[in-house]
Ligand binder design. Structure first.
Ligand SMILES: C[S@@+](CC[C@H](N)C(=O)[O-])C[C@H]1O[C@@H](n2cnc3c(N)ncnc32)[C@H](O)[C@@H]1O
Length: 263
């Protein structure tokens, strides 16, 4: 499968996309001299910020996208390095922080993924994850509806993107069961003010739609995108500025002696 990530498209709403990163980072406690991993690090610009915040000796950014990683070299050095790799195969031990901003929504099977990530942490290790939860907004539901239409379904071989996230409560319980002594789990609404509804198309082109783009020829993707645009704009109110509420799940936990799953 090709790599459909386009760093420029993703960066179009940079300030809006960075705020949840900063909110997640604020939950992470510094680990001077420690080891930190940033899963799905993208271009690595925020991996550097993470590294400075934690004061770690080493921070490794992991991503499978060559296009995203191609930009990471400028953020490497002074304790930060980048590796191409798949989160699904990620294995380590004794880490102080496993951090992941806006990436784990791409990985299926959270009931096995999260315990696997927790197992890479050392004593007192911290897990910090932010994932979009906007699956019920038309920007997402219409994308999947269009994928199910006959012409696109044929081109996609019947593929429709699944949604691996569970309820916020499920993650809170899981963290406790995995032996995290402390935790902070919250669902937050980020209200974005866009110039008009057509900007929602640009927004999802830089994220969700990359998955369909990945699986289609350029012509088939253009046809899919045209139908998506038409259907979505028919559904959204034509208001300027356009309010785009975006739900996100922020979760943080720290392992430790008080956890019921420990011992
Ligand atoms: C929305 S971007 C977020 C990038 C960065 N964390 C940020 O906050 O700007 C999601 C990133 O996750 C990466 N990704 C998705 N699934 C992955 C997987 N299974 N293994 C490694 N990287 C993955 C993508 O390549 C992409 O760079």
């Amino acid at each position: 499968m090709s790599d459909a990530w386009q760093p420029e498209q993703y960066a179009r709403f940079r300030a809006e996309r960075e705020q949840p990163f900063h909110d997640l980072l604020a939950l992470v406690e510094p680990v001077p001299g420690g080891r930190v991993v940033d899963l799905g690090c993208g271009t690595g610009v925020l991996t550097r910020v993470l590294h400075e915040h934690t004061g770690a000796a080493e921070t490794v950014g992991v991503d499978r996208s060559e296009a995203m990683l191609a930009q990471s070299a400028q953020h490497a050095g002074r304790g930060v390095r980048f590796e191409q790799g798949d989160i699904e195969k990620f294995a380590e031990s004794g880490l102080d922080v496993v951090f992941s901003n806006a990436a784990l929504q791409w990985v299926d099977g959270h009931e096995t993924l999260f315990p696997r990530l927790a197992a890479t942490l050392g004593e007192d290790g911290q897990l910090a994850v932010q994932m979009p939860m906007n699956h019920d907004h038309p920007s997402h539901t219409v994308a999947h509806e269009v994928a199910r239409e006959r012409r696109h379904a044929e081109a996609l071989g019947g593929y429709v993107r699944g949604y691996p996230l569970r309820d916020a409560e499920w993650y809170a319980e899981l963290l406790a069961r995995m032996g995290f002594a402390e935790q902070h789990v919250r669902l937050q609404v980020y209200l974005h003010q866009l110039t008009g509804p057509e900007e929602v198309v640009e927004w999802v082109k830089g994220s969700l739609l990359t998955d369909y783009r990945n699986r289609l020829s350029p012509e088939d993707y253009e046809a899919y995108l045209a139908d998506f645009r038409e259907r979505l704009l028919a559904e959204l109110p034509d208001e300027r500025p356009f309010l785009y509420p975006f739900k996100r799940l922020l979760l943080w936990g720290r392992k430790g002696a008080a956890g019921p799953g420990n011992g």
